[in-house]
Design a protein around this ligand. Structure first.
Ligand code: URA
Length: 194
């Protein structure tokens, strides 16, 4: 049977796309294997590449602040990314990279079985909405952040809540306010977890 450790082991030696040549460390994702809430970002940045841990740089500090707003501890959630390896110079993920890398994320979702997935930014939002049959709901993140999309997964009902990517708030206080409001929406959902 599939399990998170096996997936991590595969990611650590993955050479399915050219990003393995420029990465220092892959970033498989981390957190509670039984998390009810999963947060999905875009791809590792320089700090994550150095440490192998998701959201441990400036955007990670913003995320920690937002998790506090939501009343959620980092170790209660599972935090992952669309791409497990850093694109050079933090460029956008390419479609070929997304195609070969996202089966890892899909397997992680199947094992963790989160009831809520918060997608951070456009790439994670588009991928997850499409994966869960909501392709027609895909719009730019400025149009759908903070909305709650309810749908079915292979293991039951699931809610998808798109958020802006925390990196937008690193230097922009106004965006932090928007993100905090969205994370308060997440808090409102925690009570409905099974
Ligand atoms: N940005 C992301 O999307 N993911 C990380 O892990 C760090 C920064």
């Amino acid at each position: 049977m599939d399990n998170l450790d096996r997936i991590t082991d595969e990611i650590l030696v993955c050479a399915k796309c050219p990003l393995h040549r420029t990465r220092i460390n892959p970033v498989p994702g981390e957190g509670n294997p039984n998390a009810k809430i999963m947060l999905i970002g875009e791809a590792p940045g320089a700090n994550e590449d150095r440490t192998g841990r998701p959201f441990c740089g400036d955007a990670g500090k913003v995320l920690d602040e937002l998790l506090t707003v939501a009343g959620l501890k980092r170790e209660e959630a599972f935090i992952g990314n669309i791409l497990k390896c850093r694109p050079p110079n933090n460029r956008d993920p390419r479609i070929d990279e997304i195609i070969v890398c996202t089966p890892y994320l899909e397997r992680q979702i199947e094992i963790i079985k989160p009831q809520i997935i918060c997608t951070l930014g456009n790439y994670a939002t588009a991928f997850i909405l499409k994966k869960f049959g909501l392709k027609d709901k895909i719009l730019g993140i400025s149009r759908i952040h903070g909305k709650i999309f309810e749908t079915e997964s292979s293991y039951g009902k699931i809610k998808i809540i798109p958020m802006y990517h925390p990196a937008v708030a690193v230097y922009n206080v106004n965006m932090k306010k928007v993100l905090k409001k969205d994370f308060e929406i997440l808090t409102g959902q925690i009570g409905s977890l099974r």
